[in-house]
Design a binder for this molecule. Structure first.
Ligand code: GSH
Length: 370
C-alpha cells in the first residue's frame, strides 16, 4: 500500500536528495508534482514554506526540507549514519558540501548553456504550473528568477572559466574515487552520499549540457549517480564489496583528495558567509522563533582559487554545518585527535570554527532563529 507521497519534480536539486534516500531506504512512495490541487490546497498551508521536496505521510503529517525528510526516517531507524568517528564526520561534511557547496557550478551549468538546455528546462519548468494557469508563462517567469539566482550564487561572466575549471577538477577527483569505491565510504550510501547527490543529479547529472560533460569526463561518477537512484546496492562492478561502510573507520585517500579540492572554495566561502551573516545578525537581531531568511541582504566576498567572488550568504549552510561541529565536539580525546588530523589533511579544519552568533532550530516545518 502506498503510504507516502513525495512532492517533488525530477529537475529539482533538493528533491534528488530526498528521493534517493527513499529509494535506498526502501520506503514505498509515489511522487507527485507540487502543481496538483491537493498539494496546493492541503499540503502547502502546512509545509512552512514553498520549497520542495515535501512529504505527506499516511496520517496526513507533512515534512518539508530534504534534510528533515531524511531526519524523519533516520530518527526512527538510523540506517545511513556511519558510527565511527572519521566516517561520521566525513559523512556529515559531505552533506553540507552537497547541499550548499556546489550550487555555483550547478547553477552555472544549468543556466549558461541555453543552446543545450533551454528547451529541456522549459518543458520541465512547465511541470510546476498548477492546472488552469498559463504553464508557458509561469515557466518563463520561474526560469528568469533562477537565471538571476545563478548570478547571485556568484556565477558571473568574469568567473565562469574559473568555476568550470574548479568543477572539472572536482569531477576528475570524484571519478577517481568512484572508480574503486561504490559509495563515499564503502559498500553502502551514507548521509553524505545523499547530500552529494543533490547537485550531482538534477543539475549536474541530468541537464543535457552537464550530463554530456559527465559522460565524457566521469563515467564512474555517472554510475554512482545512477546507483543512487536505484533500489538495493546496485554494485554491478563486482568488486566484492560488502553491504557496509569500510572497517576500521577507513577514509579512502581518494576521498581526502576530493575534500582537499573542495576546500579551495568551500572554506573561504563558508568563513566569509559566517562573517556576513554575523554582521547582519548584529545589525538586525531577529526575534527568537522567526524564520531564517534564505540569504541575508549583504553578499559574502571572498577569494577562491585566484577568483574574486561575491555570493549570497545562506544561514542554512550553518544549520547543516552545526551537525559536523557537534559530532566532532562529542568525541573523546583519541578519536578527536584522529578526526582533527583528518580534517587538517583535507584542509577542512576551519569548518569547526565557522559558526553563527545565533543558533538555528526548527518549528512548524521551518528553520527558525533560536
Ligand atoms: N532547504 C530546503 C531547500 C529546498 C529548495 O530550495 N528547493 C527548491 C527546488 S530544488 C525550491 O523549491 N525552490 C523554490 C522556492 O524556494 O521558492 C531543502 O533542503 O529541501
Amino acid at each position: 500500500m502506498q503510504e507516502l507521497t513525495l512532492y517533488a519534480v525530477p529537475f529539482s536539486l533538493y528533491s534528488g536528495k530526498a528521493r534517493s534516500y527513499l529509494i535506498k531506504a526502501g520506503v514505498p512512495y509515489r511522487e507527485l508534482s507540487p502543481a496538483v490541487a491537493h498539494y496546493q490546497e492541503k499540503v502547502l498551508p502546512r509545509a512552512g514554506g514553498r520549497s520542495i521536496p515535501v512529504i505527506e505521510l499516511a496520517d496526513g503529517a507533512v515534512v518539508r526540507d530534504g534534510t528533515r525528510i531524511i531526519d524523519h526516517f533516520e530518527s526512527h531507524e538510523p540506517r545511513f549514519a556511519p558510527q565511527s568517528p572519521c566516517q561520521s564526520v566525513v559523512s556529515l561534511l559531505f552533506d553540507v558540501i552537497g547541499s550548499e557547496g556546489l550550487l555555483r557550478p550547478a547553477m552555472h551549468y544549468r543556466w549558461n548553456f541555453p543552446e543545450a538546455n533551454e528547451v529541456f528546462l522549459k518543458c520541465h519548468f512547465e511541470m510546476l504550473a498548477p492546472e488552469g494557469l498559463d504553464a508557458s508563462k509561469l515557466a518563463e517567469a520561474g526560469m528568469q528568477r533562477m537565471r538571476m539566482a545563478s548570478l547571485a550564487f556568484g556565477a558571473v561572466p568574469e568567473n565562469l572559466a574559473g568555476i568550470e575549471s574548479l568543477y572539472e577538477s572536482f569531477l576528475e577527483l570524484l571519478d577517481a574515487h568512484f572508480a574503486t569505491n561504490d559509495y563515499l565510504l564503502g559498500g553502502k550510501p551514507s548521509i553524505g552520499d545523499f547530500g552529494l547527490i543533490a547537485p550531482l543529479y538534477a543539475h549536474l547529472g541530468r541537464d543535457p549540457y552537464s550530463l554530456a560533460l559527465m559522460y565524457k569526463k566521469a563515467i564512474h561518477v555517472f554510475r554512482w549517480v545512477e546507483r543512487m537512484n536505484r533500489p538495493g546496492l546496485d554494485m554491478g562492478e563486482l568488486r566484492n564489496a560488502v553491504d557496509d561502510y569500510y572497517a576500521d573507520d577507513k577514509i579512502p585517500e581518494t576521498l581526502v583528495s576530493v575534500l582537499r579540492h573542495m576546500a579551495l572554495d568551500f572554506i573561504p566561502e563558508t568563513l566569509a558567509a559566517a562573517g556576513t551573516i554575523n554582521q547582519w545578525l548584529g545589525a538586525n537581531p531577529p526575534v527568537a522563533g522567526t524564520p531564517i531568511p534564505r540569504s541575508v541582504s549583504e553578499l559574502a566576498e571572498f577569494e577562491a582559487a585566484g577568483l574574486k567572488m561575491k555570493a549570497i550568504a545562506q544561514p542554512y549552510r550553518f544549520f547543516l554545518l552545526r551537525r559536523v561541529q557537534e559530532a566532532v565536539a562529542g568525541l573523546d580525546e583519541g578519536p578527536r585527535a584522529r578526526v582533527d588530523d583528518l580534517l587538517a589533511r583535507c584542509n577542512m579544519a576551519e569548518v569547526l570554527g565557522a559558526s553563527l552568533d545565533r543558533e538555528i532550530g526548527w518549528a512548524d516545518n521551518r528553520e527558525v532563529w533560536l
